[in-house]
Write a protein that binds this ligand. Structure first.
Ligand SMILES: Cc1cc2nc3c(=O)[nH]c(=O)nc-3n(C[C@H](O)[C@H](O)[C@H](O)COP(=O)(O)O)c2cc1C
Length: 168
């Protein structure tokens, strides 16, 4: 069992990617938290920090919203270069060029609310248990059911968890 790497409440963790999700910018805080040097990150697929505990359905949803021009709020468990994990609350959105065309994406993250982490960790465990190798399995249905039972949209759910609200 690996241990958690702490994120300070004052830290803003920023990366930018191209349209395909390859990292084009990482701030110094991202480098410190992820444990990678900037040169190791630029040009790499953003899944370089992917943690296996993260459900595929969350990233499926993230990409579908982003490619539709929408922003996304999500709790993300990431893995450092040394194997330790860290939780963040992320706001990911498209960036546009001077003609208004989407030319990439930016993620600004901060320390995740601990009560939110406790709840989302349980939900993510349930979702990953429903996924099959390379397939979403019943996870998409389960997430939809959960949100419908709370009559809430994904982004609002994440933002309210970050505010410390109790859902489960
Ligand atoms: C701007 C931006 C930031 C991202 N940040 C992360 C991140 O911090 N951690 C992560 O696992 N995936 C992040 N992703 C999603 C990855 O591109 C990828 O979809 C995810 O890691 C799942 O990878 P996989 O499909 O290889 O399993 C980000 C994507 C974008 C566009």
């Amino acid at each position: 069992m690996s241990s958690e790497y702490p994120v300070a409440t004052t830290q803003l963790i920023v990366t930018k990617t191209d349209l395909a999700g390859y990292i084009v910018h990482a701030n110094d805080v991202f480098c410190e938290i992820s444990g990678y040097h900037k040169e190791e990150l630029i040009g790499e697929d953003h899944n370089i920090v992917r943690h296996p505990d993260m459900p595929h359905i969350v990233f499926r949803l993230l990409w579908s919203k982003l490619l539709d021009g929408q922003e996304v709020y999500a709790f993300v468990k990431n893995m450092r270069k040394d194997g330790r994990y860290y939780w963040v609350f992320a706001n990911v959105k498209p960036t546009t060029d001077k003609y208004g065309e989407i030319n990439g994406f930016i993620s600004v993250r901060k320390a995740a609310n601990r009560n939110g982490v406790a709840q989302i960790d349980r939900i993510y465990k349930r979702l990953t248990s429903l996924e099959l190798p390379g397939k979403l399995g019943q996870a998409a249905v389960k997430l939809k059911e959960l949100l419908e039972s709370k009559t809430i949209k994904y982004n609002d759910f994440a933002q309210r968890l970050q505010k410390g609200e109790q859902f489960i």
